[in-house]
Write a protein that binds this ligand. Structure first.
Ligand code: PRP
Length: 190
């Protein structure tokens, strides 16, 4: 009999929000929808580093159409108000997006500010169409209009979640599931 593998990182998690099986099921459903919506097209998936990596990797396994993917890394600066929010590009795309059907892939949308700014930027560069796919959507955090994801894995309440790309101080991204971090894990840093 094989022994169940013990992951010591599990000890920092209060509760599992989405198991790995849940995530695969979600990605299969989204992949089916996207494949139908983009039939006959070759969409360019744009992953927002770094959180997107596990989600993008799982999602593409369920696409039954041709697709390409590229990555964008941005840094968000938040001022006192929405109007002082700025996004700078740390790593740009290498693909030509003129006339392309883009699907921006992200792990979570919270305020929506990052996505709204990126959509506008890609639109100005001549994309034919832009949609957003996110594994998690936090509607309670939304601050702006115009960052509405067409493809949503699931909605999430206001909780500190990590895993499957989501981090706390760059850690926990490698968990195969999404879990709520035990509060003392981040409170001890205050
Ligand atoms: C997270 C997430 C989104 C953004 C969402 O990225 O991946 O890109 O924040 O926030 P918003 O809706 O409030 O704009 P983060 O900046 O934490 O970088 P990461 O992907 O490297 O974790």
């Amino acid at each position: 009999m094989t022994k169940k593998r013990i992951n010591p990182l599990d000890n920092d998690i209060q509760e599992i929000f989405l198991s790995h099986e849940d995530i695969v099921t979600i990605c299969a459903k989204l992949g089916k929808r996207i494949s139908k919506d983009y039939e006959g097209k070759t969409p360019l998936l744009i992953g927002l580093l770094r959180g997107c990596v596990p989600f993008l990797a799982e999602l593409i396994k369920h696409l039954t159409i041709h697709c390409e993917y590229d990555f964008l890394e941005v840094e968000s600066y938040f001022g006192g108000t929405v109007s002082t929010h700025a996004v700078t590009i740390k790593r740009d795309l290498t693909s030509d997006i003129v006339g392309r059907h883009l699907i921006i892939v992200d792990d979570i949308i919270d305020t929506g500010l990052t996505l709204k700014t990126i959509c506008k930027m890609l639109e100005d560069k001549g994309a034919a169409s832009i949609e957003i796919a996110t594994l998690l959507n936090k509607p309670a955090g939304r601050n702006v209009i115009g960052a509405d994801p067409k493809y949503i894995g699931t909605e999430i309440p206001n909780a500190f979640v990590v895993g499957f790309g989501l981090d706390y101080q760059q850690k926990y991204r490698n968990l195969p599931y999404i879990g709520i971090l035990k509060p003392h894990m981040y409170q001890k840093d205050k």
